[in-house]
Design a protein around this ligand. Structure first.
Ligand code: XUL
Ligand code: MN
Length: 345
């Protein structure tokens, strides 16, 4: 194992959510951004992640000058709090312009809107001093496959990425794949797809990925394998740890909540690849349960970090020597029990 290092932690304002789901309204009152920033600081997290409209609310109604002004004010607030901006992500799934997708919409006006909004997000990222633009390609897929041409969609995605890469010579695009939800099928469902499409762009070195545990599980994959795969390419630039109980809607449960062993293996993969040594953050894309009372509103974030840190200890104290001996002897039954007893011990 490489030399142990200290992890830095992060979450987004949307992770202090109010409890609405498709079947019912909020269960907690909305809070201001400043309150959320204070909570982040009190919990001892290091950075915040931002959708473009988390940084500049109502962004579509604002001029470039207004966006710049509000971003500068935000930067100052972050600076005064000692909190970094981890990334900026264009929210391309809310607007009436992106009903049928953003970069892959069948409507050229929608595609133009999506690209322009992405370029503005890059300007916000610059102002907030982060070089990471996260692209969760929420609506880049179909409800029915006959409605779009898959080959053309790949070309449109490359065209859009190329415009972003050309707009700013330093920006890095971190694609956050998810196989479904809201779409039936997404065009870039896995890390393999994200890293493959990078090769078609004008600067493959600046197109990498973000792994979310739940998204990998929804694709039927082990998130630890996705981590090893991305890090074999040096392309894991951000991380959304959470948990998911099988193939359902995206649950965003606290890290380790459903499957501690899958969580342990993610931490082991991060450790063996020295994730974080180039300044990458461990972000938790988790939500409070709908039942959560206001006084316990931050528990899912604090608990995710506690579980993560306990699993770092577990990874660092795992009996590697014994594990190697059992592997050499092909005694995987004993290896299985070694892992379980280590986690229970
Ligand atoms: C959606 C998701 C998003 C992205 C940021 O499933 O994970 O919150 O992480 O846009
Ligand atoms: Mn996410």
């Amino acid at each position: 194992m490489p030399k142990p290092h200290v992890y830095k932690f992060c979450f987004g304002p949307w992770n202090i959510s109010e409890g609405q789901d498709p079947y019912g309204p909020t269960t907690r009152p909305a809070q201001t951004f400043d309150w959320k920033l204070d909570q982040l600081k009190k919990l001892g997290f290091d950075a915040m992640m931002f959708h473009d409209d988390d940084a500049v609310p109502d962004i579509d109604a604002k001029s470039d000058a207004q966006i710049r002004k509000e971003t500068r004010e935000l930067k100052k607030r972050l600076h005064d709090s000692g909190i970094a901006a981890e990334m900026v992500a264009p929210r391309l799934w809310f607007s009436p312009m992106t009903i049928d997708g953003a970069y892959t919409s069948n409507d050229p006006k929608s595609r133009k809107y999506a690209i322009e909004r992405s370029l503005r997000s890059i300007d916000i990222a610059n102002e907030l001093q982060t070089d990471i633009l996260v692209l969760w390609l929420a609506r880049e897929g179909t409800y029915l496959r006959e409605s779009k041409n898959g080959r053309r969609s790949v070309e449109l995605l490359v065209e859009a990425f190329d415009k972003m890469l050309a707009h700013d010579k330093k920006i890095r695009l971190a694609i956050e794949p998810k196989p479904n939800e809201p779409m039936d099928h997404a065009y870039l469902p896995t890390i393999g797809h994200a890293l493959a499409i990078a090769q078609l762009t004008r600067d493959p070195k600046r197109v990498g990925c973000l792994i979310e545990s739940d998204h990998a599980i929804l694709a039927g994959l082990d998130p630890a394998d996705e981590i090893d795969f991305a890090m074999a390419f040096d392309k894991l630039w951000s991380l959304h740890l959470n948990d998911q109980n099988g193939l359902k809607f995206d649950q965003d449960k606290p890290f380790g909540s459903s499957n501690l062993r899958v969580a342990f293996n993610q931490v082991r993969a991060l450790e063996r690849n020295s994730y974080g040594q180039h300044g990458e953050y461990v972000c938790f894309d988790v939500h409070p349960f709908r039942t959560t009372k206001v006084e316990h509103w931050l528990a899912h974030l604090d608990n995710s970090r506690r579980t993560f840190l306990r699993l770092v200890e577990k990874a660092r104290t795992f009996n590697e020597k014994q594990a190697h001996e059992l592997i050499a002897d092909r005694n995987y039954a004993a290896l299985d029990q070694l892992v379980l007893e280590h986690l229970m011990g």
